[in-house]
Each structure stands twice: as C-alpha cells, then as structure tokens.
Design a protein. Structure first.
Length: 301
C-alpha cells in the first residue's frame, strides 16, 4: 500500500513537471502566479525540481491586494530572496489610487474582484503570455471546467466552450497577438495530495496553516481574523481562539477553522476527515453560487 501511495505522488509530480517544461518550451514570457498559499508554494517547488540544477527560469507574480496577512508577505519575500528570483507585483492599492478600480464599502467589502483589473494590467504591462496558476479541479466547480492549458482572449476573458481539447499529453499553446494562457500543472491534485506532498518533500509553508491562537470574530459561518482592515460591527464579539487556515486569501475574507493541528502529520489527519471544501470558509465564494465562475469569465485567475 505504501509503495502504491508513493508511486501515486510521483506520478502527479511527474505530470506537473512535464507541464512546467511544456510552458517553458512553448511560451516566451511566462510567470508563476504566487499568492503565498500552499498551492503556489508547491508550484514553485515543482518548478525548482523541473529545472534543477538551473534556477527557476521565470519570475513569480503576486497580485497584492494590500489586505494580505503579514505572515504571507514575509514568507513571499523570504522565498524570493532564498531562490534568487524576480518578483513582479501588481498592486490593487495602486489601481485604486489611479482610479482603475473602485473600492467596495460596507461590512463585507472585499478587494478580491479588484484583483481582476490589476492582474490583467500586470499581464499587459509585463507582456506576459502565460501565467502558471495553482488551480485544482477539486477546489470549486468552475475550476473543474479548466484544461491544463487554459486559453484567454485579448480581453483576458475565459470562455469554457472555447477551451481546446487535450489528447493524451499534447497541449496547444498557439494564440493570436494580445491573447494569453493560464496553465494549471496541479489540476489533477486534491487538497489531500497537496498536504501529503508537502509532508513528503518537507516543504516550508507559512505558520498560518498551523493551529495557533488568534483574535477572531464569527461572521457568515467562519472565524474571521481581526485586523486593521476589518469592519467590526457592534454586535460582533472579539474572541481569542485556536484556529488554523486551510486556504489563504485576503485577511478580511479568509475564515479559519477551529483546530489543534499544529504539525503536518496532524494536518494530514485532519484534512482526511473533512467533508467541506477548503474554500468553504472564503467569504468571496459565498456571494453567489457562480461567484468563482463569474470572476473567471472576467479574467480572474
């Protein structure tokens, strides 16, 4: 059984590395979309393996909303410095200041949709023809419609019916001027696969993924961390609770789960027993049943 499990992770790793190398072979100016979350960290680790002993041949791109967890930003900067990589930052705050986007107001305000314009601007400004993302088909139903090579038109938009067939391991990266691709090397991975791979490879991850005490409020069925960006209502009580985060996004919309899992072994055990998707605690995905797909059609991720 252990041998089969090891071979399964090896197969997923081999597939992802093959896709990474296909990106380098077919595109002129690719980047890795890096959020500081576990999936983009695994992507970076896979890229390091794919091109070893050379360094990763393309930059990381982070769309910085300005409402990130401080731990995420520190982890990002440390990783970039350690691997000696170029980091491209698209700033949502700059987009707001330049009136490219309008910030939401109110209790449940989020900068998540504002990332769309910022990302598309960063792709155009840096002449990016391929952005490698950490999307997985088990995360959300809209992502299950993706191909490994996901075409975007000259407006940066995604249309499911226009995706190209992928027969065996043949990927079609041909495009017209102004178009680009998103590529998802870990499409066939699950959350459980990610955690088992992180454990096997001993990959460093942000402390936010481990159980820790934090001031939180309970909102929309999730424990939302207290921060300078959170609009706390009069009827909301701040509680210090031991939680961890299954997914990392803006600090204002990322809900934690009560947990004692403070080691990788405990996280793997905890995730194996969970039945709710990891994005179940993301406020941006609760706005409507088609929230993710609507954002994807506009150019998100």
């Amino acid at each position: 059984m252990a041998k089969f499990f090891l071979n399964y992770l090896d197969e997923l790793e081999s597939e992802a590395i093959f896709v990474m190398r296909e990106v380098w072979a077919q595109f002129q100016n690719p980047v890795i979309l890096f959020s500081g979350g576990k999936d983009s960290i695994v992507l970076t680790h896979l890229a390091k393996k794919a091109f070893y002993p050379s360094k990763i041949p393309f930059p990381l791109m982070h769309i910085d909303t300005g409402h990130n967890f401080p731990e995420t930003i520190k982890f990002r900067d440390d990783l970039v410095n350690n691997l000696k990589l170029q980091l491209i930052i698209g700033s949502v705050q700059e987009a707001i200041d330049n009136k490219r986007v309008v910030e939401e107001k109110g209790k449940n305000a989020s900068r998540n949709t504002l990332q769309i314009t910022t990302l598309l601007d960063a792709i155009e400004d840096n002449q990016i023809d391929c952005a490698i993302g950490g999307g997985r088909r088990d995360e959300e139903k809209a992502r299950a419609k993706e191909r490994f090579f996901s075409h975007r038109d000259d407006f940066g938009q995604w249309t499911p019916k226009n995706q190209r067939p992928e027969l065996w391991n043949l990927y079609n990266g041909k495009m017209n001027q102004g178009e680009n691709f998103r590529v998802f090397p870990i499409s066939n991975w699950t959350e459980m696969d990610i955690w088992n791979y992180i454990k096997r490879e001993n990959i460093e991850i942000p402390s936010l993924y481990f159980a820790h005490n934090r001031d939180v409020i309970y909102r929309n069925g999730s424990w939302i961390p207290v921060s300078e960006h959170l609009n706390i209502q009069e009827n909301e009580e701040i509680i210090n609770k031991k939680i961890r985060f299954r997914t990392l996004g803006d600090i204002t919309i990322t809900g934690g789960v009560e947990s004692d899992a403070d080691t990788l072994e405990k996280i793997v055990k905890e995730v194996s027993a969970m039945r709710e998707t990891e994005r179940g605690n993301r406020a941006d995905d609760k706005r409507s049943e088609s929230a993710m797909e609507d954002r994807k059609r506009q150019g998100y991720f």
